[in-house]
Write a protein that binds this ligand. Structure first.
Ligand code: COA
Length: 324
């Protein structure tokens, strides 16, 4: 048994101002609002301004969470940023955020697990706190995913959006983050990827053609299967029954995947936080954005049990049980 535990002290989030509706997409590719809503549940998404970087969104979400926790930024002794769309190849977005918060010296690094990034980041920060290495961790999921979208590709451009969410995880005597499970299987890499990068096909990056490619229906099938198994793993690991869960806070990829997971947990949709309709899929930002939405509108209350779950490129996936 660990001497220390971590708990969520507060949350925060930030969305870029610009709203892109489905009807705008109708002007760009052959699609329709009806098709997008029926197949994905998405009605609109936010798009970062040209001069707005992932670190800008991350910083605003972080300040929001710091404010809600009523702490000084100097109290933070670990920064973990989950992102697939860092400002720069390096330094990490976490270091850029650290500098802008005026914090010196604490460890700061990025985690890359695409849409499961926030689940990975929470687990890592929880382990720093459990081992006594950190006492107040700033954990952020932030993306400018619009930058790696081909706006001529209707298979992908209807799905994604930009945003950031953050939590302050702090040391506590009782478990708040109860347990996490993480998985990955690189056999599925080709089904969802940006097939260029720094050390491969770099010319495409230079030409501004680093775009997400996806085999949607294959991704869908594996996501439903693996997330379903993960939920059972969490339930069994913690000797719970489905009815013990107050809220599911899922990665917001597609309302049909979310509904399938709710059904798996035998949870009515009234106990699922859904933001996919207005946020789209914001990758690593989607879970903390949904969490902050549920906390701030008063649905998620102290003492309740939450399951956070996410799935994405890699494939990488996982879930976390939280006593909020
Ligand atoms: N507008 C209109 N038609 C579209 C379209 C669009 N934006 N995108 C694809 N279509 C067409 C296809 O070309 C296909 O036409 P065809 O039957 O003539 O070949 C038809 O719609 C059905 O395509 P399909 O891919 O089978 O649809 P789907 O029900 O699987 O829905 C997704 C597509 C992408 C919405 C769905 O597969 C999905 O959400 N997958 C998971 C993706 C995801 O979540 N990725 C991120 C994970 S983190």
């Amino acid at each position: 048994m660990s001497l220390y535990h971590s708990r969520i002290a507060s949350s925060g989030s930030y969305l870029p101002q610009r709203v892109m509706t489905n009807s705008e997409l109708e002007q760009m590719v052959e699609t329709s609002d009806e098709w997008i809503v029926a197949r994905t549940g998405i009605r609109e998404r936010r798009i970062a301004a040209e001069n707005e970087m992932t670190s800008d969104l991350a910083l605003k979400a972080a300040l929001n969470a710091i404010d809600a926790a009523n702490i000084d930024a100097q109290d933070i002794d670990l920064i973990v940023v989950a992102t697939t769309t860092p400002d720069l190849v390096f330094p990490s977005t976490a270091c850029l955020v650290q500098e802008r918060l005026g914090i010196r010296g604490c460890p700061a690094f990025d985690v890359q697990a695409v849409c499961a990034g926030f689940i990975y980041a929470i687990d890592i920060a929880d382990k720093f706190i459990k081992t006594g290495t950190a006492t107040k961790a700033l954990v952020i999921g932030a993306e400018t995913f619009s930058r790696i979208i081909d706006w001529q590709d209707r298979n992908t451009c209807i799905l994604f959006g930009d945003g950031a969410g953050a939590v302050i995880l702090e040391r506590s005597s009782e478990p708040g983050v109860v347990s996490s499970i993480l998985h990955a299987d690189g056999r599925y890499a080709d089904l969802l990827c940006v097939p260029v990068g720094v050390s491969s096909n770099y010319q495409k990056v230079v030409q501004g053609e680093a775009y997400t490619t996806m085999q949607g229906s294959e991704v869908f099938k594996v996501a439903v299967k693996k997330l379903g198994e993960s939920i059972d793993e969490i339930i069994v690991q913690n000797q719970l029954v489905y009815d013990d869960i107050d809220w599911m806070v899922p990665h917001q990829a597609n309302i049909r995947i979310i509904s399938a997971m709710a059904k798996k947990l035998k949870l009515p949709m009234e106990r699922v936080i859904v933001t996919v309709d207005t946020h789209g899929n914001t990758s690593a930002a989607s879970i903390p954005l949904a969490l902050d939405t549920g906390i701030r509108d008063g649905r998620i209350k102290r003492g309740q049990k939450l399951i956070l779950e996410g799935f994405g490129g890699g494939f990488a996936w996982g879930g976390t049980l939280i006593n909020y």
